[in-house]
Design a protein around this ligand. Sequence first.
Ligand code: ZN
Length: 521
Amino acid sequence: MWSDRRTLLVVDRVAGTDHDAVLVDSGKIVAVGSSNEFETAGLAIDRYPGTSLIAGLGDAHFHPLGFTAAISRLNVANCGSFDDLAGKIRKVTSGMPPGQVVIGTRLNDDGLAEQRLPTRLDLDAMVGDRPLMLYRYCGHVAVANTAALDLSGVRPDTPDPVGGSLDRDADGRPNGILRETAISLCGDVLGQRSGDLSREEVLNAMSGLVGSGLTRLGAIVATGGFFGVRDEIDQLIDIGPDLPLNLSVLVYAETPDQLERAAERLSNAGRRLSFLGMKDFTDGSLGGHTAALRQPYSDWQSEVGTNRFDLARIGPLAERSLALGGSVALHAIGDAACADVIGYFGTLRDAGVDADRLRIEHASVLSDADVEALAATGAVASVQPAFLASETEWLGTRLGERVETTYRFRTMQEAGIALAGGSDCPVEPPFPLAGMAVAQDRAGMVPAESLDAGSALALFTDGVSAALREPLPLKPGARADFTMLNVDPLTATPDELRGAEVVATWIEGTPHLPIPFEWDQ
Ligand SMILES: [Zn+2]
């Protein structure tokens, strides 16, 4: 709970201003100004020498339960080979009863010596007949071993589902690699990564985020529990009152009625949780060759990705979200999927929908005409600079010349598109300062699209407010949410920002000190 005494926080500088103090009362900001104009007898003063203060950082696109699973369960991100993978899995399964299902996350085939995804036979050699499923870090591809396929009822003649595919060996039998909607063939039976996370695991993970400077998330959470797995919305609501930060929830639902029930429950879940809207997919990932492109992948000439834009499915969910006062957030990465989403947003705008309710998630590959059309809709582009840092090795090979039209932060900004920053964690690391750094130096890729320091900071402050439909932060009357750093993010170099320390994160007038947690890169 906040302290209700009036307190003056004094720092070296409130970033981007000539001020050095913020006056806080009852969890709200009273004023931002100079310490000498506020200091009066009897006022409590907290001094933080050597720090600069910025608005509480946010992340517009975050998977809180996936992140919890990534730090507290089997995470295979830093495995360098199949041998490594086998070792890590063996360690986790050594004490487990036989037959217990194991789910791992953040498989990165681009980082493996073998330079390919394992197949069911590779996984069988690691765990035998224990059901095992590994999710690729993008979440759009997974691999299941033979026991997992059997348990899920996937047979040699199981057809590809709509919006997904099963990779097959020479005789047509599924080889264990599942793309897009095919993941649910096994995922829905085996349980997802997050189904059985404990309250402590989730709360510890969220406290770790606060220590990284985050005060609020655009949290993507699925509803509609399936066999043996709790509904993620219920999991969050149970811990809602104890959450250390604010979650504006974008609900991934199968049906409009599920969406509505989730919205009702979230609206009654207390001050930390709120319903923000619906989230759905229209394509996959560049890493998994499933993002929907107009022209084939440069390193896979017969493949244009998986276009999942389906108005018969998305339209009713979007309309219900709007009727409930919510936003419409659609994942689109490839230029073909982006064009479909932009066209749909244009239709919604023509029907009178407010632009601030529309979000395109990722908007990764855009032609000049796409940028112009997106700007005309007024929709928010929810972008993840950290993708650049993890894709430098292969993005050029995968897209060829199109790499010049990928992650077009500067072009979008100049076209007047509101940009909101995020990480898509656990796809990428959760650290907002690293996101700000790569928005500036782009890990060396297409420097013409880099943002200046102020715009990079704004991605994770004012931009997140736009995406979460909240008032601008760090203003009188706003929540007393701030992040205090040992550098000034407006003058620090990108590398200084990567190495910077969060001194404290304030949420509604209460300070939180950093809690270290382990993140396997
Ligand atoms: Zn995501």
